[in-house]
Design a protein around this ligand. Structure first.
Ligand code: SF4
Ligand code: SF4
Length: 133
């Protein structure tokens, strides 16, 4: 005679998911809500254009070739003789911070903005300005 055992755990465990409905959510309702980032978080770059001297140190140190120096017409530092500012390719950047470390006037920094959703990949070629994108 063959006995079959009933898998009680297998029957009950799907219902345990109902209890999750009453728990406090672990995620936020983006974009209506955003999370605050931890101190020292490395988000998108910022660059104070009136301080940037266009020296290209940031481009030279970037091991990922994520920085191109691009000529702009906007108001710049009078000491910026090259007339260029860095443009970051976020398809290449690994947020290592080396470019920030070697910036002589400390105009370049990593900001707190870390979320950008775009359909066009060219939007990730980004000119850092005084505040993140
Ligand atoms: S953070 Fe690092 S990888 Fe990104 S642009 Fe600067 S040097 Fe390049
Ligand atoms: S951001 Fe800093 S390192 Fe890069 S070009 Fe400007 S001054 Fe030089």
């Amino acid at each position: 005679m063959k006995f079959t055992t009933i898998d009680i755990k297998g029957i009950i465990s799907p219902f345990s998911a109902i209890g999750k409905v009453l728990e406090h959510p672990k995620t936020v309702c983006y974009p209506a809500q955003t999370k605050t980032v931890a101190p020292g978080y490395r988000g998108f770059h910022t660059n104070i254009l009136t301080d940037c001297i266009g020296c290209a140190n940031c481009q030279d140190v970037c091991m990922n070739d994520a920085i191109d120096m691009i000529t702009i017409q906007e108001e710049k530092n009078p000491k910026n003789k090259s007339g260029c500012i860095p443009r970051i390719d976020y398809g290449r950047c690994c947020w290592c911070n080396l470019c920030v470390d070697v910036c002589p006037p400390n105009s370049l920094a990593l900001g707190e903005v870390c979320i950008q959703a775009e359909m066009d990949s060219n939007k990730f070629l980004f000119f850092p300005k005084d505040s993140s994108c």
